[in-house]
Design a protein around this ligand. Structure first.
Ligand code: ADE
Length: 285
């Protein structure tokens, strides 16, 4: 998988050379390149932002600089959008939403089938005002060949940037990593990048640990509690059933615990469970 990141702080991503992602790069599973957005500026100050049209606090990232940068990285020629696409009405907005995504070759989005390869580059902008990035998104994007992340700063980026590239047939996604506001997209990109790349075949030492963890699979629940040895630590015992060697009982115990924990901590996830996929022995919590 090829990953490009554009940021005004490309050094921030040097940390990606460490740890498992560093090893994955050494193994050739991923190739990550961080670019400096200011390399596409032409003025002496290398400015990438300007004041918001219509007034307001802060600065907005300029479309011209992003345009030159993304055209180069996506191998696209600059063009002008037809004037009817400029109507800023609800229809224009709804045609720009990211689900289902259209890929560069015009095929429909693959959101329903996370096993399918995502064709063409996927352009991703972190944005606190976008839909939440989920494990399902990470799974889907882990099948892409090329991801291009654009890190916004200041009050964000000019809204025409994602709109323009969608109109060019690029699969453009905008995601929030949570209901809070960060200073820029760099941290959010790191979070998404880690969630995506750890799903690449060969990335993790033990592939089974991915299958069993929280938010994964058709009936995604929070993961059950984990214990290691000793069986009694400072008077707190590992549940007996886990020491029984009876795999069916262990599975049942863990599933019950996952259901109870999810019900207590994340009732919103219980609401979304597909009842037809529930195990017959699942207790009503
Ligand atoms: N940029 C600033 N805050 C963000 C958030 N919560 N998610 C994604 N990008 C952001």
């Amino acid at each position: 998988m090829k990953i490009d990141i554009v940021s005004v702080f490309p050094e921030y991503f040097e940390v990606l050379n460490l740890s498992l992602l560093g090893k994955a790069q050494e193994k050739g599973l991923v190739e990550v390149t961080a670019h400096n957005l200011r390399d596409w500026t032409h003025d002496v100050h290398h400015s990438v932002d300007d004041t918001p049209v219509g007034g307001g606090a802060g600065m907005v990232m300029k479309p011209e600089v992003w345009g030159e940068c993304l055209d180069e990285l996506l191998h696209l020629e600059p063009t002008t959008i037809a004037s009817d696409a400029n109507e800023d009405d609800d229809a224009a907005l709804s045609s720009e939403t990211q689900a289902p995504a259209e890929s560069a070759d015009g095929t429909a989005g693959e959101a329903d089938d996370p096993k399918t390869t995502v064709p063409g580059p996927v352009l991703i902008f972190p944005n606190p005002s976008a839909p939440l990035f989920t494990q399902q998104d990470a799974t889907e994007l882990s099948h892409a060949d090329h991801l291009l992340f654009g890190c916004g700063r200041y009050e964000g980026y000019d809204a025409r940037i994602p709109r323009y590239y969608r109109a060019q047939g690029v699969d453009v996604r905008e995601y929030s990593i949570g209901d809070y506001v960060l200073n820029g997209g760099e941290v959010a990109v790191s979070v998404m990048l880690e969630a995506i790349t750890r799903l690449l075949p060969g990335f993790m030492g033990n592939a089974a640990s991915i299958v069993e963890e929280s938010y994964t699979g058709e009936n995604a629940l929070l993961e059950h509690r984990q214990y290691t040895k000793p069986a009694d630590w400072r008077g707190i015992k590992v549940p007996d059933v886990l020491l029984s060697g009876n795999h069916a009982k262990v599975d049942r115990f863990r599933r019950d615990e996952a259901l109870a924990k999810t019900d207590e901590l994340r009732p919103d996830l219980i609401e979304t469970l597909d009842c037809t996929k529930l195990d017959k022995a699942d207790r009503k919590t």
